[in-house]
Write a protein that binds this ligand. Sequence first.
Ligand code: NAP
Length: 261
Amino acid sequence: MNILILGGTGEARSLARLASDEPGLTVMSSLAGRVGAPVLPDGQVRVGGFGGVDGLRTWLRDNEIDAIVDATHPFAAAITANAVAAAAAEQLPLVVLRRPGWRERPGDLWRRVPDLHAAAGALGAAGRRVFLTVGRQGVAAFADRADCHFLIRAIDAPAPPLPERHEILLARGPFSLDDEMLLLTGHRIDVLVTKDSGGPLTEAKLTAARTVGVPVVMVDRPPLPAGVVSVATPFEAMEWVRAQRPKIAGSRSNQSRTARS
Ligand code: NAP
């Protein structure tokens, strides 16, 4: 059985590790190729876009993929939409592995907004010092906020357009609570902006914000396409993969009967 894991997340790497230990399973992970030095998953890896839904369909056929786990980041909506469309067209089973979002706790000062542009409009008064942790590709939405100062943290440097007053901090999580508190206080941060990525690796900034009383603008996740099956952990995704095996064996024997007749 050949499975494709659409990756780029820690959960995708955990699943690749689990699946690589499973007898009779060939695992191919796919990365978009966005970051300079990605952490590579176990098993086979391919890098780069497929060329939209049609390109993905061709790739799935060429590589005789039997099932797809979309373990991409909760904000990677385009690849998820493509994967769902391609799986439906190729009649392949697909599951989305999506870590749960973050939950507001007592003491948090969160404002939820639907997207990055709404976040740019929700920073509050001019002159505020903003800690921006929305990923390299999200920074452009804040380019018009020349009235605020931005501390931008990303794995790789963001490309222009950037807000006029900014400082860039290149770093990859996980981050410790102590370091996050030092960063918020040392840079005199007035507001933290983050996407609701969920997961423990970058959660310390939220605890730090709660502790030092910094408000948070939290960008909501894009919704999943209708009718898609989703699971929350790599273990659940692995269970889903195992459950596909008899169905796939059945459909393969039907295909070979049809080919013979
Ligand atoms: P996106 O907007 O949903 O996808 C844009 C295009 O990039 C897709 O149409 C596809 O190109 C290609 N692509 C995306 N993920 C791919 C993958 N795993 N394998 C092969 N091609 C892929 O994606 P994004 O938000 O730019 O994220 C890119 C990658 O970074 C994803 O793998 C995601 O898991 C990871 N990531 C994203 C974020 C985030 O905040 N968005 C954060 C952390 C990690 P084609 O149409 O040519 O196939």
